[in-house]
Every structure is written in C-alpha cells, then in structure tokens.
Ligand binder design. Structure first.
Ligand SMILES: Nc1ncnc2c1ncn2[C@@H]1O[C@H](COP(=O)(O)OP(=O)(O)OP(=O)(O)O)[C@@H](O)[C@H]1O
Length: 505
C-alpha cells in the first residue's frame, strides 16, 4: 500500500530539518538528520518561484548528480519536490568549504596541497569521463567531509557536450576569477580545458592563499603554472596531470580517478536497515532493490524510485527515475532503531518539471551575478529598506549590549575559529560590537552569536556572516568562530582579516 504524501510531508517524515549551514545564490542549505538511520545530510532547498528562469540550472544539477558516483563528488541521495520548493538531499560535508580552510591557514604546505589536489583531479577526471565539464570549479565548491576528504559540489553550471567531451561548448558561464580566457572572451571552448584553467587558479589559491592577478609579483608564478596557458591547446590535460611529476611526488603512483563507488551499488548496511524498516528478509529486500534498479536503468525519463511498506505490505514503486542511487543514508557506527511510523524507506522522489526549449538553451551571464537587472534592482531596494529597518531595530533594542544569560558554547579549536588571548567572553563580545559598529556592519545578537550583514556600499552583492564568541575546550581561552552565510568569498576573507586582526593571539 503506498502513501500519497505531499513533498513537505515527505521531507519531514524522513528528515529532521535543522539549522541553516549555507546559502548560495540559488539555495538555502540546511542540516538534516535522517530519522531512520540518524545519518546527517545536507538539504539544499530552492524556491521554485525565486528560481524563475534559472530552473533549468536545477534540472541540470539533478541530471548530473544522478549520473555521478565518486568518492570525491558529493552524493545526492534523494530529490524531494514540495509545492513551492525543490530539495536535494545530499551527503553532508561537516568540514565546510575548502575556501574557508585555505583562508584560515593562510596557505597550505606543498604536501597538503598535493593531497587535496590529487583528490580534485581524481574527481575532475571522473566527471570528464562521464561526459561533463564542471565549469564552476573553485574552492567554494569543494567541501571537506568528516574524514578530511574533498567532495566536489554545485553542478548547476556543468555542461555535457552532445557529441562528447571533444565537442565545443558555447555557454559563457562560471565565476570570473576562475574562468579561462577563452570563456571570458566569449569564444566556443572545450569544457575540459576550461576546467583545467580553473584548476590552475585553485592550485594557485591553495599554495598562495590568494588569487592570481591580484599582485604583479604573482605573475611569475602564474606563468609557471602549466595549467594556466592562455592557448587551450598549450594547457596540460587532466590525464597528463594524473601522473605529472609534481602530482606524484612522494606518492610515486599516478592519481586513481576511477570511482570506488559503483553506480547502483547496493550498500549492505543499507539493506540491513531497509529490511528492518520493511520487515522483510535481507534477500527479499535485495531482490526488490535489484528489480527496481533494473527497471530504472531501462527507463530514460525522470521520475523516482521508492520502496514503500506499511505493516502489512511492501511494494516497490518507481516513477522511472534513471538514477537509482540506492543508498539510504546510513549512520556508519550506530544505526537507530526505526520508530513505528518510519516504515517507508526513502529513495528518489519524483521531480516533474516543465522546461521550455527556450529556457534550456538560455546562456548564463558570465558576470557572476545571475539575477536579471530587474531582480537586482528590486534586491537593492529591499536590501536598503532591510538595512534601514535593521538599524532602527538595533537602536531600539536595549538588549544589544546585554550580557547573555547562557554562557558561551565550549568548542574545539577548528580552522574557522580565531583564538584570542583573552579569557573573558563578554569583553570579547563588547569589543566585537565596537569593531562591527566602526565598520558599519549591522548585526543581530542571539546570545554570544552575531548574525552580521555588510552595508551594500561595502559589498554590493550582500555579505552575510556569523560570528560566535565561544570558549575553547581545554584551554578555556576565548575564541571567535566565523561562518560565511552569503556573499563573495574573497571579499569575506579581507573583511574577516580586518575584523579579527585585533583579536589574534
Ligand atoms: N553537502 C553539503 N554539506 C555541507 N554544506 C553544504 C553542502 N552543500 C552545500 N553546502 C553549503 O551551502 C553553500 C551553498 O551551496 P551551493 O553552492 O550548492 O548553492 P548554490 O545556490 O548552488 O550556490 P552558487 O550561488 O555558488 O551557485 C555551500 O557553499 C556550502 O557552504
């Protein structure tokens, strides 16, 4: 017997939706917990209305992610469509963005860079082997997981040339600082070569801690990076990179780029948990999963696959989704026993979007701002109104300099935490108030946590970040934890440098 849930019910039935962990130009990303297994997931939530003309970008992202399964590519577990929203349930990467990691460490050692770089080229070689060019490779789109491994995210701008990777692409897209010259010049280009250029910029940022083109002295190093040759045909290819002497130094073996996660691989832990939830033997459950996989491989349409059970029956239903990524998120160490109501093992949920051919072929702006002019204008007006309102609220709120009743959180010193030489959290909080006011950064306070917004005069695209005063475990010294929620990464880097400079030990 199947259950006809709405997307909202579906989402909340399977997942506990927790705090926001990231914001992109198109999405809000929330931490989620799979109710059955306890596994943490990232839920990328996009508002259909707000997406407007960018809806095809989401379709592209879903299509790509369902065709990719690799140890260094973020996995997509499920797609849930609600009336107003599209939610992608993704593998959770707890370590944050590689970008924040670089700026926290200022730059990485050659050896650490090599370890990360090998993972990036492994992911990229795999993505190219599946016929996709990523086209938005940058440290903000590389996340760090629990095991300190990188995962590539954000396939919304990827391209899949119809005739294969040697065919040229025309869409001018990506992030200007990382885009290859031929892309910037609006020429047709080979997607994999354009990715190699971006790879060069990423390598540069890893080693130096800042972007090329910022400083004249950097040009010498930049010229030495063989990936950043202006002429695409002079550039190294990803396959040449895999066994390049710099890449293999100290490893003595070329990068292994083949996927260690087979497409449609049936996870044993997953079968165990599903068979408990479905009240079926492992054999029956495996059989059901295999049947559904076979079905979905034959089918080319989008749709979904579900295994549904109530207490009396168990049905295997598919909406024809080709991507049978049969991995219900599993908690590796300690699976939770499902409660009585959690009898439906989630797989893919149907996504039936109508995309007009005109929309499909529309190119995205290179300018990095993907909004239409009208939208930008509206955002500006709303931005200034909102800021004005924030200021009034700030002035009228006497709690601003209150001593919060609950003490600060105790946390481990992580790369996104600046250690101070102080032991009094209230003093640090007050010092932060002063600095933020001096810099005209608006903020709202919640205990020891400040949600900050930059004036549009400083950061036209809007910069939102969190600062939290906390106590560092063991030492009891005060730390300031930072998190970028929205806005341009390199601007954020400079701003954090300014705000936190006076606190550093
Ligand atoms: N799987 C994940 N695990 C943890 N955090 C994530 C995950 N996916 C995304 N995030 C966080 O959310 C942010 C926004 O996600 P993402 O880049 O996918 O959104 P977007 O709207 O497509 O962004 P953009 O404007 O760059 O295109 C990321 O930069 C990251 O900080």
């Amino acid at each position: 017997m199947s259950v006809n849930w709405t997307g909202d019910e579906e989402l909340h039935h399977f997942y506990e939706v927790l705090e926001t962990i990231g914001n992109g130009g198109f999405a809000k990303v929330k931490l989620g917990r799979h109710r059955l297994t306890g596994e943490k997931v990232a839920i990328k939530i996009m508002d259909k209305k707000q997406l407007g003309e960018d809806l095809p970008r989401v379709k592209l992202e879903i299509e790509a992610m369902k065709n990719l399964s690799h140890q260094h590519v973020c996995r997509m577990y499920q797609v849930i469509e609600t009336t107003a929203k599209i939610c992608l349930v993704l593998e959770y990467c707890s370590g944050g963005e590689l970008f924040d990691y670089i700026i926290a460490k200022e730059c990485l050692t050659e050896m650490e860079t090599r370890v990360f770089f090998r993972q990036i080229i492994s992911a990229l070689a795999y993505v190219h082997s599946r016929g996709y060019a990523h086209r938005d490779l940058k440290p903000e789109n590389l996340l760090i997981d629990d095991n300190h491994n990188l995962k590539l995210i954000d396939f919304g701008l990827c391209g899949k040339p119809k005739g294969g990777m040697q065919c040229r692409l025309n869409t001018c897209c990506g992030s200007p600082a990382y885009a290859a010259p031929e892309v910037i010049l609006g020429k047709s280009y080979i997607g994999s070569s354009a990715d190699v250029w971006s790879l060069g910029v990423v390598l540069y940022a890893l080693l130096c801690g800042y972007l090329p083109f910022d400083d004249e002295n950097c040009m010498a190093l930049y010229k030495l990076i063989e990936m950043m040759q202006v002429e695409p045909q002079d550039r190294l290819t990803v396959s040449e990179l895999l066994d390049h002497p710099w890449v293999t130094k100290d490893f003595n073996i070329p990068v292994e780029w083949h996927s260690k996660q087979q497409m449609g691989n049936i996870d044993a832990d997953c079968i165990t948990e599903m068979s408990i939830a479905l009240k079926r033997s492992r054999e029956t459950t495996t059989q059901l999963v295999k049947e559904t996989l076979r079905f979905s491989e034959d089918d080319d349409s989008t749709g979904s696959l579900e295994l549904i059970s109530d207490n009396d029956s168990c049905t295997c239903r598919t909406h024809g989704l080709k991507y049978a990524r049969l991995t219900t998120p599993t908690e590796k160490n300690k699976p939770k026993t499902p409660n009585g109501s959690a009898c439906k093992a989630p797989m893919e949920i149907s996504l039936d979007l109508a995309f007009s051919p005109e929309r499909r072929s529309r190119s995205l702006d290179l300018a990095g701002v993907r909004d239409s002019g009208q939208k930008k204008k509206a955002a500006k007006v709303f931005g200034s109104l909102e800021r004005g309102l924030d200021k009034v609220i700030a002035m009228l709120t006497p709690t601003k300099r209150w001593r919060p009743q609950d003490g600060p959180r105790k946390i481990k010193g992580q790369y996104n935490v600046t250690r101070t030489s102080q032991t009094n959290p209230d003093q640090v909080l007050n010092q932060l108030f002063t600095i933020l006011s001096e810099k005209e950064v608006d903020f709202t306070q919640n205990g020891y946590s400040l949600k900050c917004r930059c004036p549009t005069s400083l950061s036209p695209v809007g910069m939102v970040f969190k600062l939290e005063v906390c106590l560092l475990q063991k030492t009891e010294m005060v730390g300031i934890r930072r998190k970028r929620l929205k806005g341009e990464s390199w601007f954020y880097r400079h701003l954090m440098g300014d705000i936190l400079a006076s606190f550093r030990e």
